[in-house]
Design a protein around this ligand. Structure first.
Ligand code: SF4
Length: 454
């Protein structure tokens, strides 16, 4: 691939990375906001990031925590997750629009995380970003031609005539009329304005474009057109995309590989087909189950994720999804002081107990009477031994309207004794489709795992 000479715009070779090799390699990337960084960081954050309130004892908001992945040259990596899971913070940290707390960001073999601001400024030419709102990212007092020329000017590319010529050429490439060079943004639709943003990003001949929810604000029919244009441009210019979205249909359409993020962590990474056809993480499965089926004959509701995303100020230990996971793994038993607490729970009994714990946590109960709860969740018979004793105690607490105590008891005696709460999961498993690594951060792979990475 060639780049433009900074003063003349002539092409010259730059560090070659072959197609399929890692263009961007992020290792153990972490972004924690403290009170002070949060206040300052608030100016550059959107709703996908967190700003902690002022407190006397500042806590850390673990917005991005120990994230590692790579993007290969020429591919589109979709980054998907619920709103607030840290996707946009991750993107901004990669670009160093916000400073990482820890970790490395290797882009074409240079570590962006350790780069001086001067060198970084020059390097930014090679990584561009497109934001969600095409309206607010365009200056309404500037015509679209000069808007597209701005990055070229900032990087000293071409003379004035050369910039105009290139801006017009790029307007054509993104599907706009070059004759509209002198029009203001308000004369364009949302989809057209996003195309202007795309032309502006392309103007400095980048290798990587970070697309942060670029079609979320557009009508569905326009979304498809913009996505098609992105794909055509990728083919023509050999571009690499990091495509951030909360929309699984969009990610399925545009991506080659997909990374799923939950509460600041990547929980699953796989080839697109592998991820959609063979999802391995309970969170990914829950996300896929929540996609509506466009079939009027099917009026049944599909699986919906229960509960709220926990606070990133105090994320759950072990697996961060454990407070909402429908597949939390059965604890085996533990030592409490001198006593060994033994659980003789069958898998069926554990399933019943898990349903009961979730109903109590989410306060989804029709009756608070202990007998009725026992009938409803345990078919009238509690498990034997310690497990049954703790459950009986919790049901009595519910009957007394002491929900928090009941929840705390079940949490302490069962949930936090599970491997899901004790160890952070990270496994590489054998893909069923394709050959790319399939990573799944779930202890359900502990027995048949091919390689345990942590
Ligand atoms: S590790 Fe446990 S809690 Fe986490 S996703 Fe897997 S089964 Fe669920």
């Amino acid at each position: 691939m060639a780049t433009d000479n900074q003063s003349t715009g002539e092409s010259q070779p730059r560090d070659e990375i072959a197609f399929g090799e890692a263009l961007l390699k992020v290792e153990n990337l972490t972004k924690h906001f403290t009170q002070s960084s949060g206040l300052l960081g608030g100016f550059e954050m959107n709703t996908d990031t967190f700003v902690p309130p002022i407190t006397r004892n500042p806590q850390k908001v673990k917005a991005v925590d120990d994230v590692s992945f790579e993007i290969r040259k020429g591919e589109t990596l979709g980054l998907v997750g619920e709103s607030g899971c840290g996707k946009s913070t991750l993107a901004r940290t990669i670009l160093r629009l916000i400073e990482p707390t820890d970790g490395t960001i290797h882009f074409k073999n240079d570590d962006l995380a350790g780069m001086s601001s001067g060198t970084l400024r020059k390097k930014r030419k090679e990584i561009q970003i497109i934001f969600q709102d095409p309206q607010s990212s365009l200056n309404p007092r500037m015509k679209i031609g000069p808007i597209v020329e701005e990055p070229m000017k900032a990087h000293g590319m071409y003379d004035s005539d050369g910039r105009e010529e290139r801006a017009k050429e790029l307007l054509g490439k993104v599907g706009l009329d070059p004759q509209h060079y002198n029009r203001y943004p308000h004369a364009f639709s949302g989809g057209q304005r996003q195309r202007v943003n795309l032309a502006r990003a392309l103007s400095v001949n980048p290798d990587l474009i970070v697309c942060d929810e670029p079609v979320s604000a557009l009508d569905v029919s326009i979304q498809a057109q913009v996505l098609n244009t992105l794909q055509e441009l990728q083919d023509e210019f050999g571009l690499t995309y990091l495509f951030i979205t909360h929309d699984l249909s969009v990610v399925r359409y545009i991506s080659d590989r997909v990374a799923v993020m939950y509460l600041g962590k990547l929980v699953e990474v796989a080839d697109k087909e592998e991820l959609f056809e063979n999802p391995q993480h309970p969170y990914t499965r829950a996300l896929l189950d929540s996609i509506p089926i466009p079939d009027p004959r099917n009026s049944g509701t599909r699986g919906v994720l229960e509960g709220d995303v926990p606070s990133p100020l105090d994320p759950p230990s072990g697996c961060r999804f454990r407070t909402r996971c429908p597949e939390l793994i059965k604890p085996e038993g533990y030592t409490d002081g001198d006593e060994y607490i033994e659980y003789r729970l069958s898998q069926d009994q554990w399933d019943q107990l898990r349903a009961c714990i979730r109903a109590i946590s989410y306060k989804k109960l029709e009756s608070y009477a202990a007998d009725e709860l026992r009938d409803r969740f345990f078919d009238g018979t509690l498990p034997e031994g310690h497990a049954g004793e703790f459950i009986a105690e919790a049901l009595s607490l519910v009957e007394e309207d002491s929900f928090e105590e009941a929840e705390q008891l079940l949490d302490e005696r069962f949930v936090t004794q599970s491997i899901c709460a004790k160890e952070e999961p990270s496994y590489e498993i054998e893909p069923e489709i394709g050959t790319s690594a399939h990573l799944s951060a779930c202890h359900l792979h502990a027995d048949d795992v091919s390689t345990r990475t942590e």
